[in-house]
Design a protein around this ligand. Structure first.
Ligand SMILES: Nc1ncnc2c1ncn2[C@@H]1O[C@H](COP(=O)(O)OP(=O)(O)OP(=O)(O)O)[C@@H](O)[C@H]1O
Length: 261
């Protein structure tokens, strides 16, 4: 069996008197698309914050490819293949769509620094071309190629969410955390989002963890679903197992505990 790309366990986070996470855990294998669902306030975003390094847990460990990264910075995690989108849109309104994908690759540096920039060194130009080609490839895959030169600030919400996804993919991720990626999307956009995520997982082995309130979307896309409630894992399993779990049906899905299906 494949090792875990992400393994977080024993995670506790307190905000004053509020226990946002209590002994929470999450694990995702390469090529797996795992859904993280639960009622409002269950701790999903806080768990994302801990995994991505925005928040240090009061206790617990986060492992990336088996190495303890609990104390590593967000930048370190990003440079080791972790990408994240946020519940609230995080685009640069003044930049073009294509620029978002170029910026995402910029951290690798141009090679040769300012001098290479100033003299237009061949290596620098080659890398620039490769980045533009990569940006075009990802934009096409995400159905955004016709929008590449438009301002990101002018996009409707569903397209803007797709740009956030494309930016996360521009420099290929090893672990992708998506926080409500389908919110505000049309049915056609959701279908495209599903196709891109599935292709990413299948073809590159990227591990994907996604928080989403659209349960039908999660159940259709994810092979495994983890349910958080009151900061702890309430249930986990295949979509069918989770849907049939009486605790999940009552606590989250608003269905009678006993399945009649
Ligand atoms: N910065 C903060 N300060 C104080 N309490 C917080 C903070 N962030 C989150 N909380 C509390 O921690 C708990 C978990 O919140 P979190 O946002 O992680 O839940 P969630 O499952 O992502 O919810 P939603 O589905 O509404 O986004 C909630 O009780 C919330 O009010």
């Amino acid at each position: 069996m494949k090792h875990h790309v992400l393994e977080a366990s024993g995670i506790d986070v307190r905000f004053g008197g509020v226990r946002a996470l209590r002994d929470a855990r999450i694990a995702v294998r390469p090529g797996e698309v795992c859904g993280l669902i639960g009622p409002n306030g269950a701790g999903k975003t806080t768990l994302f914050d801990v995994v991505s390094g925005i928040r240090r847990p009061d206790s617990g460990r986060v492992l990336l490819d088996g190495a303890d990264i609990t104390r590593r910075s967000t930048v370190w995690r990003a440079r080791h293949g972790m990408r994240r989108t946020f519940q609230r849109q995080q685009l640069f309104g003044q930049l073009t769509v294509a620029d978002h994908l170029l910026v995402a690759q910029e951290w690798r540096g141009g090679g040769g620094g300012l001098v290479a920039d100033a003299v237009g060194a061949p290596g620098r130009r080659r890398r620039e071309r490769a980045r533009r080609a990569r940006a075009s490839e990802v934009l096409k895959e995400c159905g955004l190629d016709g929008l590449a030169d438009g301002s990101a600030g002018a996009l409707p919400v569903g397209r803007a969410r797709m740009v956030e996804l494309a930016r996360a993919l521009a420099d290929p991720p090893r672990l992708l955390l998506l926080d409500e990626p389908a919110s505000g999307m049309t049915a056609a956009e959701r279908a495209q989002l599903s196709a891109v995520v599935r292709h990413l997982a299948d073809e590159t082995g990227c591990a994907v963890l996604l928080v989403e309130h659209n349960v039908a979307f999660v159940m259709e896309l994810c092979a495994r679903v983890v349910v958080l409630d009151l900061g702890a894992v309430l249930a986990e399993g295949t979509p069918a197992e989770v849907r049939a779990d009486p605790r999940v049906r009552e606590a989250y899905l608003g269905l009678p505990a006993r399945s009649t299906a």
